[in-house]
Design a protein around this ligand. Sequence first.
Ligand code: AMP
Length: 118
Amino acid sequence: MAEPDCIFCKIVEGKIPSRKVYEDDDLYAFHDIAPWAPVHFLIVPKRHIASMAHLTPEHESLMGRIMTLAPRLALEQGCGAYPEGGFRVVVNTGKEGGQEVHHLHVHVMGGPRPWLKG
Ligand code: AMP
């Protein structure tokens, strides 16, 4: 299931250390190593999916779970409540989309401004 050269597969397997935010049977969330914002974590499917461009209808429930988990974890990690607080969700996809790690991941960023980027 895991791609041998995929850094996020190695993180999911515990072969590369990470600062865990959340884990269940299908999903793993961890703090970004180079945060842009006071809160910046990534949610990944444990099973390797290269990018958002690889999604098919079979992934609908998995992606739904990620999108409903994001607001819960954002609050738990210190993002302010909507509407004064909030958070940003980003999924870089492909070279022109700015994707550097080719294991699907959802960035969740928030916290008081200014941020480093964005
Ligand atoms: P992207 O450009 O969307 O592919 O972003 C990849 C993200 O993964 C970047 O924000 C990196 O800082 C982050 N990243 C890369 N390696 C690690 C790591 N070992 N632990 C946590 N985050 C990482």
